[in-house]
Design a protein around this ligand. Sequence first.
Ligand SMILES: [Fe+2]
Length: 303
Amino acid sequence: MHYDPCQRTFDCEPTLTDSEVLEFCREGHLLLKGVVPDEINQRACAWIDGDIPANPSYIPDGLTEADLDRIRFTHEPTSIFLEDWFIEHVLLNPQLAGALRSLLGPNIGLPVLASHHRAECPMEAQRWHQDADHIYGPEVRFLEVFYFPQDTPVELGPTELVPGSHIQPGGPRDEEGGVFCDGPAGTIGIHHQSIMHRRGKSTAEGLRRMLKYNYWRTAPPQRDWIVEEDFDFQSAYYGGHGTARFYAHMFYWLCGKGDQFRIIGGQAWPWQTENQIGPSYGFDAEEGYQPNWRRDNPDGYAR
Ligand SMILES: [Fe+2]
């Protein structure tokens, strides 16, 4: 792990393989259960609740200690990012860092803003939504991360999300369920910022704390995660009708080949079924279309 406190960036070895990076493109989320040590989780809860004094490792330019104190008790308690123990064990958590390094390249920019999603449980579920200012596109220039510092079983209303929903508008009805990101204290989730999600319904008594923040890409994408010798771009599973083209484009963008990505439509690559007797046509096409991320024509293809 290389951490540069002046630039507020880090670098480390990637931990995801080709298949896992493609899976992230398809699913739009990844959950790391209980990866932060208990002592740190307890300290995070105490810090958030105002039960221990702040001990910022430095005062950022343009801010004063009074500013940091004010910030600490807002719904955006970003001054927690200045605590050494939080930087080392949460922001730079080894499992998280390796996954982010695989998806965001080298020298990843650390978050500059935290939001605290506090809920006094029990509480009804939120409405399904995509967060403000989300964007649809093949680019993965930043990722959203959330951290649960206390045990967050389904009963305490963890984040609930719809896998694969980060490529287009529309989601389930409010009475329909998704996948819960539940886990023990120290669970960290990574998701594409455009994914459809909500705070799940909680039935237990207690305080749900959750911090959410973004990590930022600083380098152009390339296939520098763990390469699988036998990974086959032609036969890999990219998704179904109407979606495979978007997940595949995202994967190609991450490989540094987003511009060259072309599809010819219909049953052609990247779509396929297990009942074919040969590979899909259209793989490696030099001419054809790109997926229409803007959704401003009826067939979903763009020049
Ligand atoms: Fe949200």
